[in-house]
Design a protein around this ligand. Sequence first.
Ligand code: KG4
Ligand code: ZN
Length: 342
Amino acid sequence: QPSFTVLGIESSCDDTAAAVVRGRNILSSIVLGQTELHAAFGGVVPEIAARAHAEKLDIAVAEALKAADTSLSEIDAIAVTSGPGLIGGVLSGVMTAKGLSAGSGKPLVGVNHLAGHALTPRLTDGLEFPYLMLLVSGGHCQFLIVKSVEEFQRLGGTIDDAPGEAFDKTARLLGLPQPGGPSVEQNARTGDEKRFRLPRPLLDQEGCDMSFSGLKTALLRQRDKLVKEQDGLYEQDRFDLCAGFQAAVRDVLAEKTRRALEVYLEMAPAKPAFAIAGGVAANGAIREKLQALCDEKGVAFIAPPLALCTDNAAMIAYAGQELFSKGVTHDMSLSARPRWPL
Ligand code: KG4
Ligand code: ZN
């Protein structure tokens, strides 16, 4: 494990974040969210996000350095998310990092946001390569075998919506508050998951690809049918619909995880481990099922703390540190990439 002190900067979606990490120690991690700014629009508005990042990046960096009781002169490198993500935000972050690098003479390291998520289990649990990872959030859904700092084997992922997006749309359809994940999970607790049998798309298809967009259509149909039959939606209907939806997502993720584990275990890893990250990893029902599956297969189940599963800059600082220790740095030509598959 490397032990450089790295400042990390993240602004690829709707969180403006900065952090200082040394080795596996998070000296500070500041996340300035924008939820209120986008609330009225029912989703992240790229222009609003870019403006907010431009306004808040300097503040986040100053706060992160102060909270870590350090200064730029004591930092070994500056790591920044240079993609993928909303281009305005990524550009703001990259320009901020370049400015800091030029001003301080400290090396610059561009980091792939997805690599940041994928390397988080090394930061939190010191996992050894290769490990299997499920990235599951409002924007991503994919299985990765993490082989080294720069080597990721993608086993499959969603071919349409990400599960978090499906949770959010489900909440909207049922008149529940955003973000949808926590409210759907809450409502599902008192629901009967068997009352409405929702589809499990692509389950009969080989491989690890998934699809979640059909689920919300099925849910919409059930809701409209109920509204028509009984002139409205009762509380118990809402509970049961949430439970049915969550069970469908859980079952798809579990079955595809089972297959991903098979591919991964063929590599005969010395210390087999499966890690989850992303906002949806907070879901208790999904966690329990994946944990049980790992127990059955003799694979360690790793779920980093939620603050490190969702977007943050500590993961960028850490990934930057790993790259820097391998000699990776970038010059002022580092560009912001809206698309950048691992
Ligand atoms: O990783 P994240 O904070 O942001 C990105 O999408 O990058 O994930 C947010 C997503 C939202 O769609 C939210 O509804 C979902 O994660 N989420 C959950 C839960 N908590 C958050 N989904 C299911 N169950 C939860 N408990
Ligand atoms: Zn993310």
